[in-house]
Design a protein around this ligand. Structure first.
Ligand code: MD3
Ligand code: FE
Length: 200
């Protein structure tokens, strides 16, 4: 596996997953899920998303960017829950807090094509991912699109830390297994990614 990839299976216990899910679901009233679109083509994304924190990742026909407000409501994103700030302090080995928590909401047929995360200028900060709900088939490659890939299943409560070379690696989600968990309403999957956007 590429350098800088850390897998922390079941980092969150089942009760901690429930508590974190309740936090996130409660925050969706103020930060509603919406469907972004691909730059240039305007093709709708397969995954709905929203954000928490001072900045949020947005994708629309004009491009990818981080911005302080929700693109539909126009209101500032609300703060990142303390349990996620505690996770970052515990595993990030980075001196400043995350600025964005991207919430990706997968339904039974959602996919995320192979991509790199390149919209952050804090290039030495890791990305930290938390999975809740149904399992996903996650694919991690290398620094080039044609690099070989390996696949693994991410389950509810699992945490992945992407630092070092892994931070710049291609990755995606090939499928979810919609009947593998009852945690998320509707059998869905939520992935939370904590990101530092600007250099501290
Ligand atoms: C490897 N999310 O939000 S999480 C994304 O399951 C994203 O929703 C996936 O890719 C998901 O951008 C994968 C694991 C992950 C997150 C960020 C990464 C892997 C990564 C950044 C760089 C390399
Ligand atoms: Fe990504």
């Amino acid at each position: 596996m590429i350098d800088g990839f850390r897998f922390l299976p079941e980092y969150f216990s089942p009760p901690a997953q429930k508590a974190l899910l309740a936090d996130v679901l409660g925050l969706l009233d103020d930060n509603p899920l919406y469907r972004g679109s691909m730059p240039r083509t305007g093709k709708p994304l397969s995954v709905r998303n929203t954000n928490l924190g001072p900045l949020g990742w947005v994708s629309d026909i004009k491009g990818y960017r981080y911005q302080p407000t929700h693109p539909v409501t126009g209101k500032p994103w609300t703060p990142i829950p303390q349990a996620l700030l505690d996770l970052w302090r515990d595993v990030a080995s980075f001196p400043a807090p995350p600025q964005a928590c991207l919430v990706n909401w997968y339904e039974a047929d959602s996919r995320l094509g192979l991509h790199i995360d390149a919209d952050e200028s804090a290039k030495d900060a890791p990305v930290i991912s938390v999975s809740l709900g149904s399992r996903a088939l996650f694919r991690l490659g290398g620094l080039e699109r044609k690099s070989p890939t390996s696949s693994m299943r991410l389950a509810s409560g699992d945490v992945v830390v992407l630092g070092g070379a892994a931070r710049q690696a291609y990755h995606g989600v090939d499928r979810i297994y919609p009947d593998s968990s009852t945690l998320v309403p509707g059998g869905g999957r939520i992935n939370l990614t904590l990101r530092r956007v600007t250099a501290p």
